[in-house]
Design a protein around this ligand. Structure first.
Ligand code: FES
Length: 638
């Protein structure tokens, strides 16, 4: 039973202020600080989704330390004693318990920083023929016995459009438009089946569409002219769901916890897409009313959450998808801002971990129509891999994890301003050079920089082929830290974080796990299809991470099978390109259905070869050296 005092305490409120913004909110005792931050729009990272494990949601209690419950066991494990003494807490664990005034500072390292985002991708030649079209209809003058809608449907039928319905918003405007246009009108039709909008013949507006790529970390949008296919604006924002968990599993877990959380997760991403639509319409000087069709791509969990479909089982073996075909819903039904009658088309996913973004990538690279055999790799927290040609496509998803995005790396960070993205090491002196994003002082290292570093450390014999530091090496940049060893990339006086930036043995291990997953996926898929790396005539590397990696260094660490470099093409954000194609061409929209239906999915986790292959791929470049003859020759170890 809850005592009166206890219930009073729960109902009493605490004034919480976040600094340096100075944003204030009254919250109930028992509230979690991270929830309060979210209500105020304070951008605190929470990659592990409230588990208290990642340590990225650090806050500093500046006033009111006694108003919160003492640090939890998890916090004591994640935070150092010095941090706890200095008032550091984890926002996801810190629970308010007493009435009063609480001032909370959010340090820069806990903020969600603006990640460098790749919006554009390869776009093939195609014929524009969107599902939304304008048609001019000349009606007979009003007959007393007929309603306006009957007159319109009759005229449409005479023009070859039978079985047509009229959206309620168009019906609302119908009487005025007919008379204003003197019975000559322009009808905007969806799929030749539904009148979305009506205007007097001489006042027809534009017909626009919006393609959306909902990625786990970013959302990209493209405003296009549905008549001529022209790209009018390309915009993007970080996916705001990041503050609910960085990876798919944390978001699925968050979704499954309560109805309130489910709604907030969907609402926040819909809000993000609305902002992109509004911004791009404003930028191009057009009205939201002129947007009639929206195409959405994304990985399967993002796709499900976007449409309010439970993603719960997508994260559980055998990873079933709730819906495998493309479908259309009214934009207003999911809260998207566009013409009141506009539709949203969901491109189809292939499997639980191979989504509509991969279907879009197949469309954009056109591997589905080539005679030659191609491999498409899109690397994110999962690497989606597709191999095939016009006759057959097979895909799998390899669990690369978040290390390439800087997670679990001592000084790791996303590819945003100040991240070391390129590294070179003098083989004689081990003097190290680097380039940072935006050429500012370094504050961490991102995935491409880590790959460069490991490749260089291997080439200079600072590490061996299982990633261990050379014990005999004497150089100020290599030093021991307790049981671990590390290599200094940037000295304290060069950095903006007032600390040396280093790569540790543990960091190398994390990257080896990630690269081994990607390699294992490609290798097993090749074996499954009875192919050798040399049979791949074209290797397409897609995605933001792929765009910035150094190809030679990626081969050096054994991330991809040895496919000649001149067969490789970086293709950027193919998910966005494929979304645009499905928006602009009915034929390609149906092609996406066929691709999703016919692409075979190989489940890696249940493949008996996975464990051995994965363990062997943890070596640099691989335990079976003969798989990497070119790399071994370059390392002088053939
Ligand atoms: S430790 Fe708080 S979200 Fe990960």
């Amino acid at each position: 039973m809850v005592s009166k005092t206890e219930s009073n305490r729960k109902n009493s409120s605490v004034g919480i202020t976040f600094l340096p913004e100075g944003k204030h909110l009254d919250i109930k005792c028992g509230s979690i600080v991270l929830d309060a931050a979210r209500k105020l729009g304070i951008d605190i990272q929470a990659p592990c989704g409230y588990l208290g494990l990642c340590g990225r949601c650090k806050i500093i209690l500046q006033e009111g330390k006694d108003l919160v419950e003492p640090p939890t066991v998890t916090e004591k494990k994640t935070l150092s004693t010095a941090e706890l003494n200095d008032g550091y807490r984890l926002a996801c664990q810190c629970k308010v318990s007493e009435q009063g005034i609480l001032n909370v500072a959010v340090p820069p390292e806990s903020r969600i920083s603006q990640q460098r985002i790749v919006i554009q991708g390869i776009m093939p030649q195609f014929q524009v023929s969107s599902i939304v079209k304008d048609t001019i209809i000349e009606l007979k003058k009003k007959q007393v016995s007929k309603s306006d809608s009957e007159s319109l449907l009759e005229a449409l039928s005479e023009n070859g459009f039978t079985d047509v319905s009229i959206d309620i918003d168009a019906i609302r405007r119908l009487p005025d438009v007919l008379r204003e246009g003197n019975w000559n009108i322009n009808a905007t039709l969806w799929n030749n089946k539904e009148v979305l909008s009506l205007q007097p013949k001489d006042k027809a507006g534009q017909i626009l569409g919006f393609a959306v790529d909902v990625g786990t970390t970013k959302v990209a949008g493209y405003l296009v002219d549905l008549k001529n296919g022209e790209l009018l604006a390309a915009v993007s924002l970080p996916n705001p769901q990041i503050s609910f968990g960085e990876d798919l599993i944390s978001r699925i877990t968050y979704w499954s916890e309560s109805e309130e959380k489910r709604i907030s997760l969907q609402k926040i991403v819909i809000g993000c897409v609305n902002k992109l639509i509004e911004d791009s319409c404003k930028r191009f000087g057009v009205s939201l009313n002129e947007v009639y069709d929206i195409a959405v791509v994304g990985n399967t969990a993002m796709h499900h959450i976007f449409f309010g479909i439970s993603p719960k089982y997508v994260g559980q073996s055998p990873f079933p998808v709730a819906v495998k075909n493309g479908f259309d819903v009214k934009a207003k039904d999911i809260g998207l801002k566009a013409n009141p009658a506009a539709y949203v088309h969901a491109l189809p996913p292939i499997a639980g971990f191979v989504g509509a973004d991969t279907v879009a990538g197949i469309l954009a690279t056109e591997i589905y129509k080539q005679k030659e055999t191609s491999m498409l790799i899109d690397i994110g927290t999962n690497a989606e891999i597709v191999i095939g040609n016009k006759d057959k496509l097979t895909c799998c998803s390899a669990p690369a994890g978040p290390a390439f995005e800087g997670a679990k790396i001592k000084h790791g960070m996303r590819a945003s301003s100040g991240a070391i993205e390129t590294v070179w090491i003098n083989p004689k002196t081990l003097e190290t050079g680097y380039k940072t994003i935006d050429e500012t002082k370094p504050r961490g290292i991102c995935g491409s920089g880590i790959i460069d570093t490991i490749a260089q450390l291997l080439k200079t014999n600072v590490i061996d082929d299982i990633g261990r530091f050379n014990k005999k090496l004497k150089n100020p940049r290599k030093r021991n830290q307790g049981k671990d060893a590390e290599f200094v990339l940037s000295w304290q006086n060069e950095t903006s974080i007032d600390k040396d930036i280093t790569i540790t043995r543990g960091d190398i291990q994390e990257i080896l796990l990630a690269k081994a997953a990607v390699y294992t996926g490609t290798h097993i898929l090749l074996e499954h299809l009875n192919l050798k790396p040399n049979d791949i005539e074209k290797l397409y590397i897609a995605g933001a991470f792929g765009t910035y990696i150094d190809l030679a260094n990626s081969f050096t660490i054994g991330m991809f099978p040895e496919i000649p470099a001149n067969r490789t093409q970086f293709v950027g954000n193919t998910a966005g390109s494929g979304g645009r194609l499905a928006l602009l061409s009915e034929i390609l929209r149906s092609k996406a259905e066929k691709i999703a239906r016919e692409t075979k999915y190989l489940e890696l986790a249940s493949d008996p070869r996975f464990e051995t292959e994965f363990t062997n791929a943890l070596w640099l470049p691989h335990r079976e050296k003969e798989r990497f003859p070119t790399v071994m020759k370059m390392l002088g170890k053939h």
